[in-house]
Design a protein around this ligand. Structure first.
Ligand code: AKB
Length: 290
């Protein structure tokens, strides 16, 4: 098993095992790395997310579409066993039902990132149907992690708020207090990734586009939950262009297809996620690692 990224390995990856610097848009190098390490499964996570994608739409198209096409082509040519390619709630748009968004629904995203994710779902299905490449993916909500700080997403506020609560006791949030979005805590995100990859292919009616729900809350509800642990925590709301993106996404999604086809069930709610996030970040802060 190897990890790869576009830059030198950083903590916490250093010393954990083999690492290759790899730009997924460089197909020849991807081919070589896959061949040399005898890779049979790729978790293809490289992407430009929604907020950065609106600032650099050509780059988002290039990385997200060229990158995926390269991975799928290498999978086809070298007969790989399985590919994981995450989709996102960004596939939805303003015409999509906002609450308990169905699995099968209107996909008319307004961001270039969302457009690349719709294309990615369809391309993955195309490679499965036409070449037998076993491509699997879920539509991730905003992912909340205490290990790697976020970058370039619209849901980044739901991670930044924890870091700022611990470091400064205040946070300026770039979406309005009322904004509700679906989120998922990293342990659940990893669980979903591994569970779908382990699922019995014969049980899957969907492949690349499963809705998965973790927990939905407004920015204001998250601030209140953090305040239960840090009573003086202050939040002000100064929405920017990311508010418009957030307003096109669902408040919650219906993930019954994932539950039925591969037994998906999240473990974390708002309370358990918040206390675990704060415990982890506090202990890193105390050891000087934040
Ligand atoms: C983003 O905000 O762009 C991502 C996503 C929901 O896919 N976190």
């Amino acid at each position: 098993m190897i990890a790869s990224g576009i830059r030198e390995a950083r903590e916490p990856l250093i010393g954990q095992g083999p690492y290759e610097i790899l730009d997924v848009t460089d197909k020849e190098r991807l081919e070589r790395v896959v061949h040399e390490h005898e890779i049979d499964t790729i978790f293809h996570l490289a992407a430009i997310l929604s907020a950065k994608g609106e600032l650099k739409p050509q780059l988002a198209w290039h990385v997200n579409i060229r990158g995926l096409r390269n991975v799928l082509e290498v999978a086809r040519e070298q007969d790989l066993t399985r590919i994981f390619h995450p989709s996102s709630i960004a596939v939805f748009g303003p015409e999509t039902p906002k609450d308990l968004t169905p699995q099968e629904t209107i996909l008319r995203p307004k961001t270039v990132y969302g457009i690349t994710k719709v294309a990615g779902e369809l391309l993955g299905d195309y490679y499965f149907n036409n070449y037998g490449v076993d491509v699997r993916g879920v539509r991730f909500p905003g992912v909340i992690s205490n290990v790697t700080p976020p970058g370039g997403g619209t849901t980044d506020y739901a991670v930044e708020i924890f870091y700022e609560a611990i470091k400064r006791g205040r946070y300026t949030c770039f979406v309005e207090e009322r904004t509700v979005l679906p989120m998922i805590y990293m342990p659940d995100c990893l669980k979903a990734t591994l569970d779908i990859m382990d699922a019995d292919l014969s049980r899957l009616k969907h492949h690349t586009d499963f809705n998965v729900a973790g927990v939905s809350f407004s920015a204001g509800e998250l601030a209140l939950e953090i305040r239960k642990h840090i009573p003086d925590f202050e939040v002000s709301y100064v929405p920017d262009y990311r508010q418009e993106i957030a307003d096109t996404w669902p408040r919650s999604v219906d993930d019954s297809a994932a539950r039925e086809e591969w037994g998906w069930e999240p473990q974390y709610g708002l309370e358990s996620m918040t206390s675990d996030m704060l415990d982890c970040l506090r202990s890193r802060n105390e050891s000087g690692g934040l």
